[in-house]
Design a protein around this ligand. Structure first.
Ligand SMILES: [Zn+2]
Length: 310
């Protein structure tokens, strides 16, 4: 597939306290690994417009996050919850991360490419319309999904979440909008505690696949093939979005699944195949978690290389 990397250098402006797992080294590790690939074409992210962000988040919430950043003193942080903190430049990083996903949609809809990978932080899939949580501020994938529906006039889009944690924020969108399907494979029990199989959304547009700690690649692939693939085929999305967290890797300290780089490459080729079948090959992936930097870099590179080769 003709594949883009939409890079957000402003990711580095979102600084976190020492010892926090969601730090700029994650971005740098993924960037260095992706730079070594020869296939993708790179573009730099532009900040999202407020109107785009407001398709998913409430105006009051946006104001609260922006105010929290504005009130942070230099080299200080403001806590939004136990583990979600902002510094004075976080808003710029978050806005450009959302902008990366929107730019990816626009470029693909313009026929410039088939697939895109958004290399950006902070992550987004835990962020709900009016609540920051789990390191997430703006739900870039939900914002991009709504951009595809509202601006480009698509009828149905799917979000597939392969992060080790359940994407509760993105599920909120499907629970409000039958044009969106949300499918997630994640470890359970694990933060944030949502994502049981009996959460099925509106007319079955939510498909949750909770997996036990210790689950390895073959069982993960089997779950994808048996549960996610047929649900996507039945929904027939016109655009597929992927919350590409790599914290299901066996080396990751944040979860207990045991995927390897080859499993992420397999997931990318499956998703590319589904996009080719139903969605005119339109596929946008957004970096979510991944907290062992070397494993994150290798996994992201394997994922993007598989998109290039699909
Ligand atoms: Zn995660």
């Amino acid at each position: 597939m003709r594949t883009l990397v939409i890079d957000n250098p402003a990711s580095r402006m979102h600084r976190v306290p020492p010892g926090h797992p969601e730090h700029e080294g994650r971005y740098l590790a993924a960037r260095d690994a992706l730079t070594a690939l020869t296939g993708p074409v790179w573009h730099e992210a532009r900040p999202a417009e407020t109107a785009s962000v407001e398709r998913f988040h409430t105006a009051d919430y946006i104001e609260r996050i922006r105010d929290a950043c504005d009130t942070a003193a230099a080299d200080e942080w403001v806590s939004l919850d136990l583990d979600t903190k902002v510094c004075r430049d976080t808003w710029r990083a978050a806005l450009a991360t959302a902008g990366a996903s929107i730019d990816a949609v626009d470029r693909i809809m313009a026929g410039e490419a088939d697939a895109a990978f958004c290399l950006a932080r902070p992550p987004g899939h835990h962020a709900e319309p009016d609540r920051a949580m789990g390191f997430c501020l703006l739900n870039s994938i939900a914002i991009a999904a709504l951009h595809a529906l509202e601006v480009h006039g698509l009828a149905r889009v799917a979000i597939v979440d392969i992060d080790v944690h359940h994407g509760n924020g993105s599920q909120c969108l499907a629970e409000l909008d039958t044009r969106v399907m949300f499918a997630s494979l994640h470890q359970s029990p694990l933060y944030p505690g949502t994502g049981s199989a009996d959460e099925t959304g509106l007319n079955g547009n939510v498909v949750n696949v909770p997996l036990m700690a210790g689950t390895q690649g073959p069982a993960w692939r089997d779950a994808f093939t048996r549960q996610v693939r047929p649900a996507l085929a039945a929904f027939r999305p016109e655009f597929i979005f992927v919350s590409a967290g790599f914290d299901a890797h066996e080396r990751d300290p944040a979860g207990g699944l045991a995927l390897l780089e080859a499993d992420f490459a397999w997931a990318a080729s499956q998703l590319a195949g589904l996009a080719a079948e139903f969605a005119s090959s339109r596929l946008v992936s957004v970096l979510e978690g991944g907290y062992d930097c070397p494993a994150l870099g290798r996994s992201a590179a394997a994922f993007v290389q598989a998109l290039v080769e699909a």
